[in-house]
Write a protein that binds this ligand. Sequence first.
Ligand SMILES: Cc1cc2nc3c(=O)[nH]c(=O)nc-3n(C[C@H](O)[C@H](O)[C@H](O)COP(=O)(O)O)c2cc1C
Length: 185
Amino acid sequence: MKIISICGSNRKKGNTAELLHALETGLKNADIPEMKVKKISLSDLHLEPCRACLKCKKKDSCVVSDDFGKIITQILHADLIILGSPVYFSDVSSQVKVLIDRTISLWHTKQLKGKKLVLVAACAESGTEYTIETMKHWAKAHEMDLISTIEGKGEKKGDVLKDEKALNAVKNSVELIKKCFSPES
Ligand SMILES: Cc1cc2nc3c(=O)[nH]c(=O)nc-3n(C[C@H](O)[C@H](O)[C@H](O)COP(=O)(O)O)c2cc1C
């Protein structure tokens, strides 16, 4: 089972990264056979905004030459996508929005249809529901299969690990993912 875990925060070891790490650790401890996790931080990549040229409609791929091709190959090969965003003014970070918009190149031919997905959002006080909503709209447009969502609160780096509700959501997500990928399901 191949997992791609994408962090959309510029803060290294910030709250989004900590929630993603907790989920990855939970999955590793769940003894899922042949599980491989590829971690990607959008802040390490060069991603340009969508140019709305819509050349992708004919070509089936994006014509902008940056790191999008690399990440999308990994997304397409993954059995499970985990996408995490910090809450910026009650919505996703600009890095996550750029990634979301660039996937229009896969939308025409529904290349992400049926992809299993977990959404993660971290805020200081409030706004995770809108952030998750934005990512849910993206998933719905692509007809992806949303397994679970995780919302956490914490201002300083690592504070989210004190959020019991978030840690319970991580545990529930591990169970749901396990069930989803069990041979009986
Ligand atoms: C530009 C910006 C906007 C933010 N907007 C909000 C917000 O609307 N609501 C909120 O609760 N926190 C907001 N925050 C705080 C972050 O969401 C919070 O610190 C979160 O834990 C950051 O996750 P990270 O550590 O993964 O970057 C904002 C932070 C920044 C830098």
